[in-house]
Unconditional design. Structure first.
Length: 354
């Protein structure tokens, strides 16, 4: 058996068992729950209050920022309105200026159109005046270059013009340019030298009624003169000299104009001076490029030379040949004409009655 006593004393039995807790009543439990709920509610209220306070502060800051932005926006709006008003005033001023500029441009267009119309109408007249001036300049200078330059200008401006009437002017100008280029220009210096030679020989020309001067006779060949004079003696030489002197004293010829043979020596002097004046006048006319006047003076000089001077004399024949040569050169000294271009310009010019 065991050594444990079968029974214990009653006092020792409670020490060996677990302590027993008192059982809580339902009211206490409810109270504790209520306290816990109140604590939780208080904590939640504190948290909500804190959040509400933070939100209020944030809303206050946002409201202040919004107010500041609203003030700034109103200021900017006021400035924008003032700027818009100023811009509207400027736009109105610019509109008025644009209207004035448009009116001014319309006036300028009208003036330009009228100027172009007048220019087209007067272009033919201007070209004709320029061409006539160039023709006079070419006649005075003895060169065809001014006339060629004027014809080139007429041709260029006629082609650039929108007037259809000037189309024929360009064609006529081209034709006249070819004619001017092919024209020969006389040697005025050579003509003047020939006239000067004639002036020096006038005093040596024998008059038609002069006596005592040998007539022109064919000179014997140098080889024949010694052979003819070899058999002649002194009497033969004397008789031949006497015969030559007698032949000079007595001349038998046919007189076409008897009044020319009874001229006094004073009249012959004035005839020579008149011939010189005619030649000098022709010289001055050639220097002035007045070909028609030079031709008239040369013709008068040729008539005087053939009428009052001995046509059988060698000097007279040489002077007549030289004068005829000068006359032939002056016939070719005519300035080229541009009648085709002038006629085309006259047809293209506006009527004076309009």
């Amino acid at each position: 058996m065991s050594d444990v006593p079968e029974s214990l004393p009653p006092a020792a039995a409670p020490e060996l068992s677990a302590p027993v807790r008192p059982v809580a009543s339902p009211r206490a439990t409810v109270a504790w729950i209520a306290v816990a709920v109140a604590v939780i509610s208080l904590a939640a209220s504190v948290l909500l209050w804190q959040r509400l306070t933070a939100m209020q502060e944030q809303l206050a800051r946002q409201s202040a920022d919004t107010s500041a932005q609203a003030v700034e926006a109103r200021t900017l709006a006021r400035k924008a309105e003032e700027t818009a008003q100023a811009d509207s005033a400027k736009v109105a001023i610019l509109d008025s200026r644009v209207s004035e500029l448009q009116a001014y441009r319309a006036q300028l267009d009208n003036v330009l159109q009228s100027v172009i119309r007048v220019r087209d109408e007067n272009l033919a007249v201007d070209l004709e005046s320029a061409l006539r001036a160039a023709q006079d300049q070419a006649r005075l200078s003895g060169s065809a270059e001014p006339l060629l330059a004027a014809l080139r200008t007429v041709q260029q401006r006629a082609r650039q013009s929108s007037d259809p009437r000037l189309a024929s002017v360009a064609v006529a100008a081209a034709r006249d340019m070819e004619r001017v280029r092919s024209a020969s220009v006389p040697d005025v210096a050579g003509l003047l030298a020939r006239i000067d030679q004639l002036l020096r020989e006038v005093d040596e020309l024998p008059a038609i009624n002069s006596v005592g001067k040998p007539r022109a006779a064919p000179a014997a060949a140098p080889s024949e003169q010694p052979a003819a004079s070899a058999p002649q003696g002194s009497w033969s030489r004397l008789s031949q000299a006497f015969w030559e002197q007698a032949r000079d004293l007595v001349r038998v010829s046919r007189v076409e104009r008897p009044e020319d043979t009874i001229l006094a020596p004073e009249q012959i002097f004035f005839i020579r001076e008149n011939l010189k004046l005619r030649l000098m006048s022709a010289r001055m006319s050639l220097l002035a490029r007045q070909v028609e006047a030079a031709r008239a003076d040369l013709a008068a000089a040729a008539a005087a030379l053939g009428r009052y001077f001995d046509p059988a004399a060698r000097r007279t024949q040489a002077a007549a040949a030289l004068l005829q040569e000068v006359q032939s050169y002056t016939r070719a000294a005519e300035t080229p004409r541009v009648d085709a271009t002038l006629e085309a310009l006259a047809r293209a010019a506006p009527d004076q009655g309009r």
